[in-house]
Design a binder for this molecule. Structure first.
Ligand SMILES: [Zn+2]
Ligand SMILES: [Zn+2]
Length: 773
């Protein structure tokens, strides 16, 4: 392959197919980078150098050496460099050396997914195989899949545990006595892919890490934390937010990579079909991705195509095969699918087939984004923006053989953020990844975590500082849940706080989805989300198979389903009310008031819409469901009626204009915060009882808030002006899913006034330039 392979692949594909070239919105070549290699630090012993030499690694990239050096000398390090830049080595070297220096020393490795942990453990095992110096290290997985005998063995023998925050919480920290020797000798904690810890999951993980650190410190250890993340804006700040302790960043990526052509693609409108309320419908991202996949494979490019859902991945592979059956039948069998949920053997077989080129094109979920070591690919197609810039680069980074050039194509979905990004390539290609939003002081997260911490060891003054928990202690004391004694704060007798915490941000327990024809448990869903996702009649997709829910029993926590593959999807209709319970951070700019508020949100699902697979509405079915309440945080703005009328929005148009502005803003919040629209909700009204004015709320969908609304408040101007551009430049006439329609609207996307929304958003941007009061 030669230097311009990526660009030429794209050019050949466009030239050789009937796809209208205008769908290519942007294309750019990111220059190749030379490697910067340095010698091994002098503290690294011969057995380590030998082990890596046997893998063909004889020197380090500069960032690896810098990070290893800092960590070995006792500093917390946040290493933030590109995909495949060899971040693992930066933590393996100091940990292995500390073990050679002191065979009792221990290390803890945390990953957000079991698959990544397993992959890291496997590569470590290969590195150490047959090397007697390390035979007592016994690295071992300790997660939900580890059987009880092996767990017991790992506790007594392993000096390097590979696990995840969930298991730390429920399976390790919950029995601190059994782990005392481990805490006492804990020298390193690795937090891999640390940018994945965001929102409620990130807040819980931050507190789990503090619980680990305090037990280790109490046992006499002072572990060093090594955080590894994708390239991000301020990695040292992000890591120190997670661990409550300062860290040093290493960001100067010394690994080489080839030139990369990045193209942004926007599927065109379909000529005949109309969607909700007559909106135009675009060809799906999956359909265009399948065409590109087939074309790339015909050109001989080994290509990975990332698709957002499992079902989507299967459909994309099937469509690509169908296209090849017409134009290049000998290539049909060289397209495959990859996703989580396959058995380990099947997964290995697929990974080998990808690695050795037996498969030329593979449609995959984000299961191949993290961990699995796949290299030697020429091109990556990303069907739908993966939600964060970090994920985008991680997926893009899968392409590019050692130093060779590659092509990356992002195919936009019919969604405001995707559409905005393909029209504003600088927001995707030139900006650092979004600030990772966490809020470990959220009472809904912190209070329960503090009770766990108090069970593990009484809370003393320095713990209260580590957890930033003064107010929380007062709350828990007033509720009779914490008691003060001489040694510190103890949890009240009889508490069992562990099971009440869902680290991944579940709300109020779980509903089990059961296939009644086989009695098989399919999946679980948070009780809080169940009414809108697994109500009677809802279509539920599980591992590519489709089910219809027959009955939802919230008291029993059961949703009963049967296999069925109907030609429609369902979306809940609901009524939402918001009341303000307290207000902080209010700013007035003339007729605009902006605030961060505590709110009580009440939802009630009142029915659902059935939509054909092309997006047409079939009918509306009523349901009788109980109310659901949520106390959370919201970013809120109000405008005066006079200011709206002055920009041409008459009273009768207030509801549609505000509703459309609210939808678009929710769709765009992901630009400034690491969330997607399913993490947040909204409400707009032309007269809110608490404000007496036209008001829009955008709230966190988690009890106590997840930090997204706070981030929206902080970056309000940037967020609203991007939203205004997204709506203004959408080519539809009266609103579509790329601008103001929302797939989760509880009101069937009515009323929506696109022109009114543009006026509202423009008005806000203008008022923000007025002096604040
Ligand atoms: Zn539109
Ligand atoms: Zn709506």
């Amino acid at each position: 392959m030669h230097a311009d392979f990526g660009s030429e692949l794209l050019a050949r594909t466009l030239a050789g197919t009937p796809i209208d070239e205008s769908e290519l919105r942007h294309s750019t070549v990111l220059a190749a980078r030379e490697g910067n290699s340095v010698a091994w630090p002098d503290w690294v012993s011969r057995p380590i150098v030998n082990a890596f030499a046997a893998q063909g690694i004889t020197s380090l990239w500069k960032h690896q050496a810098d990070a290893a050096d800092l960590a070995f000398h006792g500093e917390n390090v946040a290493i933030s460099t590109g995909t495949a830049s060899g971040k693992s080595l930066a933590y393996q070297v100091p940990i292995l050396q500390s073990f050679l220096d002191d065979p009792l020393s221990c290390a803890l490795y945390l990953s957000p997914t079991k698959a990544l942990g397993a992959d890291q453990l496997r590569s470590l095992a290969v590195l150490l195989s047959g090397r007697s110096e390390f035979s007592h290290l016994q690295p071992c997985a300790y997660d939900g899949d580890t059987d009880p005998d092996l767990r017991q063995w790992a506790r007594s023998h392993s000096r390097w545990i590979f696990t995840n925050p969930d298991m730390c919480h429920i399976g390790i920290l919950s029995s601190p006595g059994r782990w005392h020797h481990f805490w006492r000798n804990l020298r390193f904690i690795v937090v891999d892919e640390s940018h994945h810890y965001r929102g409620v999951f990130g807040s819980h993980t931050a507190l789990v890490l503090r619980r680990i650190l305090r037990l280790a410190r109490a046992a006499g250890a002072n572990p060093v934390v090594i955080g590894a993340s994708a390239t991000m804006a301020d990695p040292a700040v992000a890591l120190s937010q997670l661990i409550g302790t300062p860290a040093t960043a290493v960001t100067d990526d010394g690994s080489p990579h080839g030139a990369r052509t990045v193209a942004l693609w926007e599927p065109d409108f379909l000529p005949e079909i109309t969607g909700e309320n007559g909106a135009p419908v675009r060809r799906s991202a999956g359909a265009d991705a399948a065409r590109l996949l087939a074309d790339f494979v015909i050109e001989g490019a080994r290509t990975l195509c990332f698709v957002r859902s499992r079902r989507g991945a299967e459909i994309t592979a099937r469509s690509a095969r169908a296209l090849l059956a017409e134009s290049a039948p000998d290539l049909v069998d060289r397209i495959g699918t990859y996703r989580a949920g396959y058995l380990a053997d099947d997964r290995r077989r697929l990974e080998r087939a990808i690695a050795d080129g037996e498969l030329l094109g593979v449609a995959t979920t984000n299961a191949l984004e993290l961990g699995v070591d796949i290299s030697g690919l020429d091109a990556v197609i990303i069907a739908g923006y993966p939600g964060t810039v970090a994920s985008f680069w991680q997926q893009a980074g899968r392409a590019g053989r050692r130093g060779e050039s590659s092509a990356v194509v992002l195919v936009a979905r019919d969604d405001p953020l995707d559409t905005y990004l393909v029209h504003h390539p600088e927001a995707l290609l030139d900006s650092p990844i979004e600030a990772t939003v966490i809020d470990p002081t959220n009472p809904a997260v912190l209070d329960a975590q503090l009770l766990c911490a108090a069970m593990e060891s009484p809370l003393r003054d320095d713990d209260i500082e580590l957890f930033d928990a003064r107010e929380a202690i007062d709350r828990l004391k007033a509720a009779g849940l914490l008691k003060k004694r001489a040694a510190g704060w103890y949890a009240a007798a009889g508490l069992e706080p562990y099971a009440d915490i869902d680290i991944r941000g579940g709300i109020g327990g779980q509903v089990l989805i059961v296939d009644t024809t086989t009695s098989q448990l399919l999946a679980t869903v948070d009780t809080g989300r169940a009414p809108s996702t697994v109500h009677a009649g809802a279509v539920h997709i599980h591992q590519g198979a489709s089910y219809v829910i027959d009955e939802l029993d919230l008291d029993e926590g059961l949703a009963l389903a049967h296999p069925e593959d109907p030609d429609w999807t369902t979306s809940a209709r609901k009524v939402t009310e918001v009341t303000i319970s307290s207000t902080a951070l209010v700013r007035r700019h003339a007729d605009l008031t902006l605030a961060l508020v505590d709110v009580d949100v009440t939802h009630q699902v009142i029915g659902y819409l059935r939509k054909s697979l092309t997006g047409e509405i079939l009918d509306s079915v009523p349901l009788d469901m109980p109310e659901h309440r949520l106390s959370t945080k919201a970013v809120m703005y109000t405008l005066t009626p006079e200011s709206l009328e002055a920009v041409g929005v008459s009273l009768g148009r207030f509801p549609g204009a505000l509703h459309a502005a609210e939808h678009a803003a929710i769709g765009m919040l992901g630009l400034v915060a690491t969330c997607d629209r399913w993490d947040i909700g909204g409400l707009s009204t032309n007269l809110h009882p608490d404000t007496g004015l036209p008001t829009v709320f955008v709230y966190d969908g988690y009890p106590g808030g997840a930090g997204f609304a706070a981030r929206g408040h902080e970056a309000f101007g940037e967020w609203i002006s991007a939203t205004r551009e997204a709506v203004t430049f959408c080519r539809c006439e009266r609103g579509c899913p790329s601008c103001v329609q929302s797939p989760k609207c509880g009101n069937g996307n009515e009323p929506l006034d696109k022109a009114g929304a543009i006026s509202v958003l423009g008005l806000i941007s203008r008022l923000l330039t007025e002096p604040a009061r």
